[in-house]
Ligand binder design. Structure first.
Ligand SMILES: Nc1ncnc2c1ncn2[C@@H]1O[C@H](COP(=O)(O)OP(=O)(O)OP(=O)(O)O)[C@@H](O)[C@H]1O
Ligand SMILES: [Mg+2]
Length: 401
């Protein structure tokens, strides 16, 4: 079983790279599904599929060949399939509050429903062993990161809020009926949430198991895109998802002689260098800009060759955690593996929200989460092969992970 997430800023090439990886995996004989949350449904367009075929198969896996399937989640279909009771309740509340019915239905699509649907599929596919390989073409970074926190949030909700809510509703219903117009959720609603929770059980473990799941960040050699990639890198690290490659897409081939592109090529080379400082030791795979759009099976297959060359695309290209951030009450400890290094070789600088670590000619930038960036780095210590940087807050005390 292998799951790979392809995440990155809008337009960098996530869908193309996911599809290309799918082709390569399926040609190696693995039963593969490429799933997309993209509302624009470009996965099917990239494979140049017939619209009619798609409309008939909304939201279900479509066969590209015996081993390769694509699945574009369609939130309306998902609501009918999985969300019926929750959706009905929410839209009825919104409707009661005076919104017009169509608008209420639209608004009752909770943020996160798409992501939860995706998690449901992952869990189902893993448990029933329906596919050997699941590749996920994520929505642009900001939204795609939300899914990581869903299992924990849901668990918290079930333990802390759900039971209480159910009990309260049971006692309040007879009174409330007389006093308020707003309907209270019925048993169907609670049952639906319970079922959902049951179906999601275990998916959080799958996501943070690096033997199964890794993340590949797709990016371009441009300043603004790289900044967002750095942020994504940090978040995936925080949630303990393993990042095993950075795909640097759309590199201009350096044999272009045209003067017009000289500045572009130079800039791209500079940003490729920067990216090495940001993401080291996670490997970077540069990919050339094709002479035209990448459309259809053959183009995608060629894209896969350019990304992975002769390597197996399903291997884990990087196995360790790039870094760990451990919370100790109000303080944070950043832990980095730096074998063969002593403290006197290391130079640390904190620049705004970045920590710059220099070791000889080698430089590494680590983007810090906001709450850590606001603290001052006070102590650095080598312990075994780990460098520990302590960002001290107000309180002192015991350590918790
Ligand atoms: N290496 C490349 N060379 C040439 N064109 C490319 C390359 N990679 C992607 N493209 C083209 O760039 C466009 C955007 O790619 P793609 O749809 O894969 O990006 P995306 O990150 O999925 O975008 P979105 O965020 O909108 O979903 C497509 O037209 C695709 O064919
Ligand atoms: Mg896309």
């Amino acid at each position: 079983m292998r799951i790979i997430f392809f995440a990155g800023k809008g337009g960098v090439g996530k869908t193309s790279v996911s599809a290309a990886t799918g082709i390569k995996a399926s040609e190696m004989g693995h039963r593969t599904v490429v799933m997309s949350l993209d509302v624009a449904h470009s996965l099917a367009d990239i494979f140049d599929l017939d619209r009619e075929l798609l409309d008939k198969n909304k939201g279900v896996p479509i066969e590209i060949n015996k081993k390769l399937f694509i699945q574009e989640l369609d939130i309306q279909e998902e609501i009918q399939r999985y969300w019926g009771d929750i959706h009905k309740y929410l839209s009825s509340i919104l409707y009661t509050t005076g919104l017009d019915e169509v608008l209420a239905e639209e608004l009752a699509v909770l943020p996160g429903m798409e992501e939860i649907s995706l998690l449901l599929y992952i869990n189902q596919y893993v448990k029933k062993k329906e596919f050997d390989v699941i590749l996920l073409d994520c929505a642009p970074t900001g939204e795609s990161l939300r899914f990581i926190s869903i299992p924990t949030t849901l668990e918290w909700y079930m333990n802390k809020v759900f039971k209480l809510e159910r009990t309260v509703v049971k006692y309040v219903r007879p009174v409330a009926k007389k006093v308020y117009d707003v309907p209270l959720p019925g048993d169907d609603y609670f049952k639906a949430i319970e079922d959902l929770f049951e179906k999601l059980k275990g998916v959080d473990k799958i996501l943070v198991n690096p033997e199964i799941t890794t993340v590949r960040l797709v990016t371009n050699p441009e300043k603004v895109v790289l900044k967002e990639t750095q942020r994504a890198f940090m978040y995936f690290c925080l949630y303990k998802m393993s990042i095993d490659a950075i795909i640097m897409n759309r590199m201009l081939p350096d044999n272009i002689q045209d003067d017009y592109f000289k500045g572009w090529i130079k800039g791209q080379q500079y940003h490729l260098g920067e990216a090495k400082d940001f993401f080291n030791p996670v490997p970077i795979f540069p990919v050339d800009l094709f002479a035209g759009e990448v459309i259809g099976y053959n183009d995608l297959k060629q894209l896969a060759e350019r990304i992975y060359q002769n390597e197996n695309p399903l291997q884990r290209f990087y196995k360790d955690e790039p870094y760990r951030l451990i919370k100790q009450n109000a303080s944070y400890r950043l832990q980095l593996k730096l074998p063969f290094i002593t403290k006197k070789d290391v130079e640390l600088n904190k620049l705004h929200e970045e920590l710059v670590i220099r070791i000889g000619g080698f430089k590494r930038h680590i983007l810090l989460p906001r709450q850590v960036a606001s603290l001052d780095a006070v102590k650095a210590k080598m312990e075994g092969e780990y460098l520990n940087v302590l960002f001290e807050g107000d309180a002192n005390g015991g350590e918790k992970e």
